[in-house]
Ligand binder design. Structure first.
Ligand code: UD1
Ligand code: CA
Length: 414
């Protein structure tokens, strides 16, 4: 198979999103939408990915500064998707392979679908192959126009459609494979003669057909992968689809999610077998949960949380940047922030780590087998030795813990 370079279009601002942030940085289940498109390319073995940036370019590049294999290409003026691809001409001038073009605002595309597209392009020996989708409501998307024999004739943008064309349900999700040389030749001929006065990539497809090259369109994109994000409403619709995928994967891995519609789990979260997630649990950021834990209802787990195995977190328990070892229990109304909690520790109702002193965030260490009674305030920095016993309602500082030899039986109510 010829080498494939990917081009991801991510330079457009977004009037419809009404945002200051580059559109591709808006998050879907905790990750910027561009991250998913990059993942899909990498999963099909693509090593070189050109990302076209313009609006908010610095923000985008800064956020993906550590990502591998990205070639950043600037499009200073957003003159359309065809113009955006043409910005790679210089970089690809000696490249004689094929080019996969995707949109940064289409994070739901799966590698499985891209693989089918790559295979079809290879076997069909076409100049271009498009993966299309059939939607009940095609509003807003470019429509695929075919002749009476089913051969593809071109793509017409929603704003340029005749009423008959508008009724077509087969749409362009913007997942294309092109022969590189033929693509750039066709782009030279594209004119901005449309309602938006933009240079459309879709017109390059019609141009390739017009010059007698073979172009194939395969209906390979399931509707739930075709959603392009142009508005906040589409962002939330895409997030919902992604959330269902995340939860389905976790359930296949042996996690019980009692009420999927009332649970939100970040794409980066990892959860072990036989853990039960109760309703109204919200997990945001890189969070790792081990085996046979019970989380929720109404638990809030934030970035940097690690629960080892058999941990129980109950109602209104918030955990941030903390490690909770095997068998820790915090069943009611607690906040554990920047804490390392040893094995089999019981955290009583309403107890918290006071981790912020107004200037610095400090850590709390609680040794193995400690018992923290209800309503305790643990003032960080604090190091409680194994087996410490903190009475209900106690405010514990390092000094008060030390007075009792570090292994505190601190039961003074202050
Ligand atoms: C585009 C397609 C449409 C398709 C839809 C799928 C064109 C002309 N239309 O429409 O057929 O159904 O995607 O979601 O291609 N961009 C740039 N530079 C530009 C303009 C856009 O990088 O000058 C980027 C945007 O940031 C975005 C992507 O290209 O990520 C698509 O542009 P957008 O304006 O969202 O196109 P649509 O109207 O959605
Ligand atoms: Ca779009």
């Amino acid at each position: 198979m010829a080498e494939t370079v990917a081009i991801i279009l991510a330079a457009g601002g977004s009037t419809r999103m009404n945002t200051q942030l580059a559109k591709v940085l808006h998050e879907v289940c905790g990750r910027p939408m561009l991250a998913y498109v990059l993942d899909a390319c990498r999963k099909v073995g693509i090593k070189r990915i050109c990302v076209i940036v313009g609006f908010g370019a610095e923000q985008v590049q800064a956020q993906f500064a550590n990502a591998e294999g990205i070639v950043w290409v600037r499009q200073d003026q957003q003159l359309g998707t065809g113009h955006a691809v043409a910005c790679c001409k210089e970089y690809l001038k000696d490249f004689d392979g094929q080019v996969l073009v995707l949109c940064g605002d289409g994070p739901l595309i799966r590698s499985h679908t891209l693989k089918a597209l790559l295979e079809k392009h290879e076997t069909g020996q076409s100049a271009a192959t498009l993966a299309t989708a059939v939607l009940d409501d095609p509003t807003g998307y470019g429509r695929i126009v075919r002749d009476a024999y089913g051969n593809m004739q071109g793509i017409v943008e929603d704003s340029d459609c005749t009423p008959e064309q508008r009724a077509i349900k087969e749409i362009n999700p913007s997942n294309y494979l092109f022969n590189c040389e033929i693509l750039f030749e066709a782009l030279e001929r594209v004119q901005p003669d449309n309602v938006k006065k933009e240079y459309y990539l879709t017109d390059a497809v019609s141009g390739i057909i017009a010059t007698g090259h073979k172009v194939e369109a395969i209906t390979a994109v399931p509707p739930d992968e075709a959603v392009g994000i142009n508005s906040r409403a589409q962002l939330s619709a895409a997030s919902k689809i992604m959330q269902q995928r995340i939860q389905r994967r976790l359930m296949e891995d042996g996690v019980t999610i009692v009420d999927p519609d009332n649970t939100w789990i970040d794409a980066r979260a990892q959860i072990g077998q036989d853990t039960v997630i109760e309703p109204f649990t919200y997990i945001h950021g890189e969070v790792t949960i081990g085996r046979s834990c019970r989380v929720g209802p109404f638990a809030h787990l934030r970035h940097g949380t690690v629960l080892e195995n058999d941990v129980v977190l109950g109602v209104f328990t918030e955990v941030k940047n903390s490690i909770l070892s095997d068998g820790v229990r915090a069943r009611h109304h607690s906040y554990l922030g920047d804490a390392t909690v040893g094995q089999n520790v019981n955290i009583g109702a309403g107890s918290i780590t006071a981790n912020f002193d107004g200037e610095n965030v400090n850590r709390t260490r609680i040794g193995d087998n400690c018992y923290i009674g209800s309503g305790a305030v643990l003032i960080a920095p604090l190091d409680l030795k194994d087996g410490s016993n903190v009475g209900a309602g106690t405010v514990v500082s390092q000094d008060s813990a030390n007075e009792l030899g570090g292994k505190a039986k601190v039961d003074v109510v202050q």
